[in-house]
Design a binder for this molecule. Structure first.
Ligand code: IVH
Length: 669
């Protein structure tokens, strides 16, 4: 193919892929199979790799995320992003309506929309391409998180047709669907990490992540709620949003125009119940005057528009009796109190238990056994106790006192500084901790041991055959086959799977160790950057935090883990059984020590490699990719559009500034 045809082919593939994307994620009417889609995507990826001169940041290939954002650019909003005033009753909506009618004397329509509970985003399009995606920030300026927003498949990177304004802004809410929220929390629970309280927190955290490939895996969604430009096609807000649908935006089909307050109230009553069937969290409805001319006439107060109000849904609440509090010990030793309640119906499900999270919450609520308590299901999935009906408390009801000894092993509980949770320190003698660690090690995402499950682990543990993960590799067929409900066949299957697990890649073994805060992603990063367990074992907090995405909390936990003799012994044993404790030869082959001892900072954009690829090259060749310039920095690899302050600082500190080409030469030398 000649170069012209290659460009044509690239453009054609981009257009096709963006169209399939629209059909799948915006209108839910896919016309090709996932396989065919993947094939086309692969073809485009390859062409873009071979012909970087046709690169486009809005190519569909960018939706999988790749850039590491060290810091987001702060951008001023063209129009301030205000918030809405709230109403909690129909009375307050009537007052809102009265205030408007004092100013506006003609008939007008309201538009009612769902109030999505996520993070607001301002998207700027120029000539049909997304050029900026700015968070609300402080309302007057926010962060440009465009590389993360490109991973949101329902947000068009290129618009359809050509009927849109040359330049416009569209604002909306970025949300994390419930299904994904539950997934993330399940994972965090397995990894002993604190759970996100609700999809809003999880979503806004995701939007600010530095690694856009992790953002891509979280399947964020977005609901636009207003279009802003000087030359919009219609006077009505609702009509403009409908028009934006034609440009490729996923505009909610649930908004309605209302001619009077009764219609507004009907909308509220409908969604007060039906919102529970939506795939994403909503916390109310927004009522807006539809005409932009009238909106202008009404104007703004200092904080919010006079032409709109948010009606907040009441959290579903029920009252029930607190029967008892029980305590669960997790694999990390953290003790979680759980309230056992008299069953009560709440938002469509029967609630028998509520999480109490930690001892502070019990203290703050001043809980007594037998109390009549209020339970709520707000944005959270797990119901929580929000208060006590003190008027109903019997004087003999005993206060709930947090246990001081482990309910499983009787050891005195401890509290770590700065943490709300109590821990059982008896890591090697407390059954749920021992069994929990083994269960984590054999789980699908780690060693994936076929045939071994919680029940078998329980049996092997009570027979005294298992007390650490290393015991798995000395199990004999007879140990297993004599157990209840197991026979020769299952024993063979388990042993074969254990044998096979010796070729499970290093990063999964590392994850399986169950080091606090070292989840799947962190394990991958550590394995890839440091290459083997010995390097991880001896790394200092400083060396660890120099790695992208590794913060102080993780670094300290890793150093702490390897400071304990029993863990070092465990690693040596696993090594002796032949488990993978370093990257595979193939992974290693691409590693050198050419940049050993060098701290390299990169800045700007590059011609032949993405920033992520350059960082990987630094990692693979034994260098250290650092994020801020200091006297210790060895090189600044400067790309295009490098920030002037960085350049200035490098010059002041006399740090050698090299180009992309010179950097590659450094590797080849
Ligand atoms: S209109 C001047 N419409 O709720 C503000 N906001 O405090 C105009 N939100 O920050 C906002 N769904 O992030 C509007 N259908 C909707 C919305 C919505 C969610 C969020 C938005 C805003 C907050 C209001």
């Amino acid at each position: 193919m000649d170069i012209e045809n290659i460009e044509k082919q690239i453009l054609k593939l981009r257009e096709e892929l963006e169209d399939h994307n629209y059909r799948y994620y915006v209108i839910s009417q896919p016309v090709i199979s996932d396989f065919d889609f993947d094939m086309k995507m692969k073809e485009l990826e390859k062409l873009e790799q071979n012909y970087p001169e046709f690169a486009d940041p809005n190519s569909p290939t960018k939706r999988v995320g790749s850039d590491i954002n060290k810091e987001f650019e702060q951008v001023k909003h063209e129009r301030p992003m205000l918030s809405l005033s709230n109403a909690y009753s129909e009375e307050e909506i009537k007052d809102f309506d009265q205030r408007i009618r004092k100013i506006i004397e003609e008939e007008f329509q309201y538009v009612c929309e769902l109030k999505y509970d996520g993070s607001s985003i301002s998207l700027i399009y120029e000539n049909g391409s997304l050029i900026r995606a700015i968070t609300r920030g402080d309302g007057s300026q926010g962060d440009d998180v465009i590389s993360n927003i490109r991973t949101v498949k329902s947000i068009p990177l290129k618009l359809r047709g050509n009927e849109f304004p040359d330049r416009f802004e569209i604002r909306g809410e970025v949300v994390l669907p419930f299904a994904m929220f539950n997934n993330i929390n399940e994972e965090r629970e397995q990894e002993g990490e604190p759970l996100f309280a609700n999809p809003r927190n999880a979503g806004s955290g995701t939007l600010k992540m530095q690694d856009s490939s992790i953002v891509a895996s979280r399947n964020l969604d977005a609901y636009p709620y207003s279009v802003l430009a000087d030359n919009l096609p219609f006077e009505g807000h609702y009509q403009n949003l409908q028009e934006a649908k034609k440009w490729g935006f996923k505009i909610s089909n649930d908004s309605v125009l209302c001619n009077n307050l009764d219609e507004v109230f009907n909308f509220i009553h409908k969604w007060d119940k039906e919102r529970f069937n939506l795939p994403v969290a909503t916390d109310g409805i927004v009522i807006k005057v539809n005409s932009s001319r009238l909106q202008e006439e009404l104007g703004f107060t200092a904080k919010s528009p006079r032409w709109a109000i948010a009606y907040k849904f009441k959290a579903e609440q029920a009252t029930t009796k607190l029967i008892s509090v029980s305590y669960q010990v997790g694999r990390t030793g953290a003790v979680t109190p759980v309230a056992n309640l008299e069953p009560v119906l709440l938002a469509g499900t029967t609630v028998k238990r509520a999480s109490l999270h930690n001892s502070d919450i019990i203290k703050n609520l001043d809980l007594h056994i037998g109390d009549l308590v209020y339970v709520e299901k707000g944005g959270e999935i797990i119901p929580k106790i929000t208060g006590v009906d003190l008027s109903q408390r019997h004087p003999l009801n005993a206060p709930v006192v947090f246990i001081s000894k482990c309910p499983e092993c009787e050891k005195q509980l401890q509290k770590k500084e700065g943490e709300a949770a109590f821990y059982c320190p008896n890591e090697i003698g407390c059954p749920p901790q021992i069994k929990g660690k083994i269960e984590h090690f054999i789980s699908r995402k780690s060693m994936d041991i076929d045939g071994l499950g919680q029940e078998t682990i329980d049996l092997l543990f009570s027979e005294g055959l298992l007390s650490t993960v290393t015991d798995l590799y000395t199990l004999q067929k007879e140990d297993i086959s004599v157990l209840e409900r197991l026979g020769d066949k299952s024993a063979e299957r388990i042993l074969k799977s254990l044998e096979d697990s010796k070729s499970i890649p290093f990063e999964r073994v590392l994850f399986g160790l169950g080091i606090r805060y070292v989840g799947e992603t962190v394990a991958k990063i550590l394995a890839k950057t440091l290459g083997n367990i010995d390097k991880i074992k001896t790394a200092t907090v400083e060396e660890l935090t120099d790695i992208n995405e590794i913060g102080g909390r993780i670094a300290e936990s890793v150093v702490n883990y390897f400071s304990e003799n029993k863990n070092l012994q465990l690693i040596e044993k696993l090594k002796s059984f032949g488990l993978q404790l370093e990257l595979s030869e193939e992974q290693q082959a691409s590693r050198t020590e050419k940049l050993k001892g060098l701290s390299i900072i990169i800045s700007g954009t590059f011609e032949n490699y993405s920033r992520e690829q350059i960082k990987e090259l630094i990692d693979q060749n034994g260098g250290k990719n650092v994020s801020s310039i200091s006297k210790k920095t060895s090189y600044l690899v400067a790309g295009e559009n490098i920030g002037p302050s960085k350049l200035e600082k490098a010059r002041a500190l006399e740090i050698p500034i090299i180009s992309e080409e010179e950097f590659i030469k450094l590797l080849e030398s």
